[in-house]
Write a protein that binds this ligand. Structure first.
Ligand code: FMN
Length: 363
């Protein structure tokens, strides 16, 4: 089915406006007959954040923002699905057009601005699928017009934790004005103290749910020092590195590169992977990391693991490479083990991190 979809449907979808194509893809997934996830080779299994995952390849948030198709996505072979970003109240996001495909650069720019059906709609869908199993995390954000953004995160964690495998605190979207200011040390320390307290309150009612922090790849290394120090000090369960970038690498050639918003896809890989390695050397094994940004091949996925990722996520490359990429990445991981590069995938985590941090800064 994946092969047929990649050969027939993708050329059609790519002829459409990117947001219309995305809506159609979600609709097709919702309507597709339910499939059990393919059984993965046991050597791909990973334990992270107290969760057991069949493989380390996840779909990044932004693809299924409203939890419309998590089980269909698990059925495609992803080891985990992160839905969201979900905001407490429904909001429309920015005016269209707000999603741009940079075909020449194999990249995407989005300025969606947290279009969300809101927590109530998503909670209902998550509760309805709770018995289905599989790892489904929920990425949470604040409403654009919120008077107290930290309170939005606290409320979301308390409400979402009982139906989520994990919760991601997204303070790194470039498309909600001022949101990334929460990454600054004084705001972050206060936010994470309240978030960890909310996580621990929810655990008393519903059992433990890990809470992860997703950061931007655009922070300075001094800011990263603070962020990792605070995350470790407050006892956060893991970090995701990272979100889209507001930078525009000079290599971009597509005429849509002038659009405002967050850039993702192949041109993000060098920066996101460097920031992952920089995070890994600062975390010193205190918690696991998810590496995301520009993964478009098995080699790129292995590169993220070697830079410090226990788990990986991808989104943009699915637009250009199709759903077959998931199986390709898993095959490349098994091939690396067959070649004897390591006994198990976890042996590869971070082995290139120190060397990467010594290289010149990627542009
Ligand atoms: C259209 C689009 C929407 C996105 N929406 C979200 C979002 O709601 N929340 C979030 O944390 N990240 C969001 N992201 C960022 C992705 O989760 C990911 O961090 C980023 O795209 C880098 O990965 P990639 O290069 O594999 O796409 C979005 C990305 C794209 C392309």
């Amino acid at each position: 089915m994946i092969g047929i979809f990649d050969r027939l449907a993708r050329p059609l979808l790519r002829a459409l406006d990117p947001e219309d194509a995305h809506r159609l893809a979600i609709k097709a997934l919702r309507l597709a007959p339910r499939r059990r996830p393919p059984a993965d080779d046991v050597r791909l299994a990973v334990r992270a954040f107290g969760l057991n995952l069949p493989n380390p390849v996840g779909i990044a948030p932004g693809f299924d923002k409203h939890a419309e198709a998590p089980d269909a996505l698990l059925g495609l072979g992803f080891g985990f699905v992160e839905i969201g970003t979900v905001t407490p109240r429904p909001q429309a996001g920015n005016p269209r057009p707000r999603l741009f495909r940079l075909d020449v650069d194999q990249a995407v720019i989005n300025r969606l601005g947290f279009n969300s059906e809101g927590e109530a709609a998503v909670l209902k869908r998550m509760a309805a699928r709770a018995a289905a199993g599989g790892i489904v995390g929920v990425n949470v954000g604040a409403n654009r017009d919120s008077g107290d953004r930290a309170a939005d995160y606290v409320r979301m964690i308390e409400h979402v934790a009982p139906v989520a495998s994990y919760v991601t605190v997204n303070i790194s979207s470039p498309n909600t004005p001022g949101l990334r200011d929460l990454q600054r040390a004084s705001a972050l320390d206060d936010l994470l103290a309240r978030i960890v307290a909310a996580r621990d309150r929810a655990a008393l009612r519903a059992g433990p749910t890990p809470v992860l922090l997703k950061i931007a790849p655009d922070v300075s290394l001094t800011e990263l020092d603070d962020m990792v120090g605070i995350a470790r000090g407050r006892g956060i369960d893991g970090m995701i590195v990272g979100n889209t970038t507001v930078l525009r690498p000079p290599t971009l050639r597509d005429r849509a590169a002038v659009e405002t918003g967050g850039l993702s896809g192949a041109p993000l890989y060098p920066l996101a992977t460097r920031m992952l390695a920089e995070t890994y050397v600062r975390v010193e094994g205190a918690f696991p990391l998810i590496g995301v940004g520009g993964i478009d091949s098995g080699a790129a996925a292995l590169g993220k693991i070697r830079a410090g990722a226990d788990l990986i996520q991808l989104y943009s490359a699915l637009v250009f490479r199709g759903l077959g990429l998931v199986a390709e990445i898993k095959a490349a991981m098994l091939a690396a083990l067959d070649r004897g590069e390591a006994g198990k995938l976890s042996d590869l985590v971070g082995i290139d991190a120190a060397a990467l941090t010594a290289e010149s800064w990627p542009v």
